[in-house]
Write a protein that binds this ligand. Sequence first.
Ligand SMILES: NC(=O)C1=CN([C@@H]2O[C@H](COP(=O)(O)OP(=O)(O)OC[C@H]3O[C@@H](n4cnc5c(N)ncnc54)[C@H](OP(=O)(O)O)[C@@H]3O)[C@@H](O)[C@H]2O)C=CC1
Ligand SMILES: O=C(O)C1=N[C@H](C(=O)O)C[C@H](O)C1
Length: 271
Amino acid sequence: MSNTPGIAITGASGRMGQMLIGQVFANDRVRLVGAVERTGHPWVGQDVGVAMGGAALGVIVTDDAHAAIAPAQAVIDFTAPEATLGFAAIAAQAGTVHVIGTTGMTDAQIAQLEPASHQAVIVRAGNMSLGVNLLTQLTKRVAAALDEDFDIEIIEAHHNQKVDAPSGTALMLGEAAAEGRGVALADVSDRGRDGITGARKRGDIGFTAIRGGDIVGEHDVLFAAAGERITLRHVASDRAVFARGAIKAALWGQGKTPGQYDMLDVLGLND
Ligand SMILES: NC(=O)C1=CN([C@@H]2O[C@H](COP(=O)(O)OP(=O)(O)OC[C@H]3O[C@@H](n4cnc5c(N)ncnc54)[C@H](OP(=O)(O)O)[C@@H]3O)[C@@H](O)[C@H]2O)C=CC1
Ligand SMILES: O=C(O)C1=N[C@H](C(=O)O)C[C@H](O)C1
């Protein structure tokens, strides 16, 4: 039996699913052992490489998540909130590391991950790239250094198929800014301005979401005061940065104590 961790990918046909399959296959520190799609999806029963339009990879796409996850040491999951909760239960039962990239989860859904995290390692982050995770730390520092004379606005831009807003990354950056200021994001968050909104409230953290074309993911954290502005910016131009982060998380999670972790833990960026 190989010592190289086996990886199962959920949402195999998705933008991130396909990117992950390519990146896992190209990485000799991991091996692809499973690819999951929904019942009735045209890829089910096909070799995943062939379904993606290339050469056979020797892994057949299945709609049986239990069967795909059981032989895996990690499942990498970039799907949708309800699906992720189902995969968490299966990964917990199998004791498999669950790397969650899915965004748009409500607080109640995030709380539902708790029982699974007693049985398996969960690494969850709204953005798996090194750059964004570093940016959260920079945001926290700048927010701590500046007072409320600086209005904080988070502006994100994504492709026209994205279904959730603000993005998971924008929320991570908002949390970081709020932490830097020593406040709870829920108390200062200003989302979805429209109509006669009144003047901006001092201390609020504002969010704006742009959707268009094939934008992979762009995030600005703006600190705007009278007479000067600072912008911290991250631009993702290739989804490979998210997939490589997720693989790093899958490897990092091997042998760790069950619990909930994030990419700051994986990347050693916690201060
Ligand atoms: N954390 C990070 O670094 C990143 C996170 N993301 C997040 O990852 C998620 C996926 O993004 P993306 O790949 O662009 O989206 P896609 O819509 O391209 O892919 C989603 C995949 O999940 C599957 N899926 C959705 N719902 C279910 C369900 N209920 N049961 C089983 N499978 C399901 C879809 O299958 P079907 O086609 O049949 O619906 C599809 O294969 C999003 O939440 C996105 O925000 C994206 C990039 C980076
Ligand atoms: O849906 C996407 O595409 C992305 N989602 C993540 C998010 O919600 O922040 C990460 C990245 O920006 C791409």
